[in-house]
Ligand binder design. Structure first.
Ligand code: 13P
Length: 283
């Protein structure tokens, strides 16, 4: 067992092998927040702050009305833009729905699918998530497929059973090649917006389980090359320890992505010192 002096050192050591296989993705999920002027102001400021961060993919998942203006504002930057949901049909009489083709046509690269708020507040099932995922792939979008257990499920020791159902139903029926175009996000429902984060160890253990399910379904190579993000109360003062875990390949951030300074810190997580969690080193 190797011991590290501080989380930063630990991260540097562990990151290396993972980074070769899976480039970290730092994604913000704005949920139902901001208006257009705030969105543009944020984007203009944010792109100046993070335009030169190496070896990290940066993504903002914004509400539908802001996608097109965000894509325009960020076009000269490495920041990608994604949606938070979509419907699986390409077009037709589905009032209020937005298709993968529409998202692709305005320049989105990613779409969050099956977020726990969609599953629990809008009654979305894993079958729905499966249809949406396949439709997103058909439109050349990268689906970020969310899974995660509730507090009650964790406390009744049903985490693995719930994740097995969600992963196999949401991602089943596709080829390994298609799976490699997806990202998985593990978001324990009890850690979302509660300030209560899974410990890095807890998150890593659970993500190893998710990876083992991917291995059963798609084989070892696909499982090892698929990115699994962690989401749930990620902040500048816990991101270093989370990203140090070998099975955490990025973060999906709600609250802390709404503020440009804190999201900048998360994107620059490699620069956060162990002594001053949350502070970014100069230069
Ligand atoms: P918080 O970071 O606000 O807990 O939200 C997490 C989340 O749901 C991201 O999709």
């Amino acid at each position: 067992m190797v011991h590290f002096k501080d989380p930063f050192e630990k991260m540097e050591k562990e990151d290396e092998s993972r980074r070769n296989l899976r480039k970290p993705l730092i994604a913000g999920n704005w949920k139902m927040n901001k208006v257009l002027t705030e969105t543009i102001e944020y984007a203009l400021d944010f792109k100046k702050r993070v335009s030169e961060v190496p070896d990290v993919e940066i993504l903002i998942c914004a509400p539908f009305p802001f996608l097109s203006p965000l894509v325009k504002t960020l076009e000269d930057s490495p920041i990608k833009v994604g949606a938070q949901d979509m419907y699986w049909e390409p077009h037709g009489a589905f009032t209020g729905a937005v298709s993968a083709q529409m998202l692709e046509s305005v320049g989105c690269s990613h779409v969050i699918i099956g977020h726990s708020e969609r599953r629990h507040k809008f009654g979305e099932s894993s079958e729905d998530v499966n249809k949406k995922t396949r439709s997103a792939l058909g439109a050349y979008l990268t689906p970020i497929v969310c899974v995660g257990e509730t507090l009650e499920e964790r406390e009744s020791m049903r985490t693995e059973e719930v994740l097995r159902e969600q992963v196999t139903m949401s991602l089943g029926g596709q080829t390994g090649e298609e799976m490699l175009k997806c990202v998985v996000a593990y978001e324990p429902v009890w850690a979302i917006g509660t300030g209560r984060t899974a410990t890095p160890h807890q998150a890593n253990e659970t993500q190893l389980y998710v990876r083992s399910l991917l291995k059963e379904m798609f084989g070892e190579d696909v499982a090892n090359r698929t990115r699994i993000l962690y989401g749930g109360s990620v902040k500048p003062d816990n991101v270093v320890d989370l990203m140090a875990e070998p099975s955490i390949d990025g973060v999906l951030v709600g609250g802390a992505s709404l503020n440009v300074e804190s999201f900048e810190k998360l994107v620059k997580y490699r620069e956060i010192t162990a002594e001053e969690p949350g502070d970014v080193r100069d230069g």
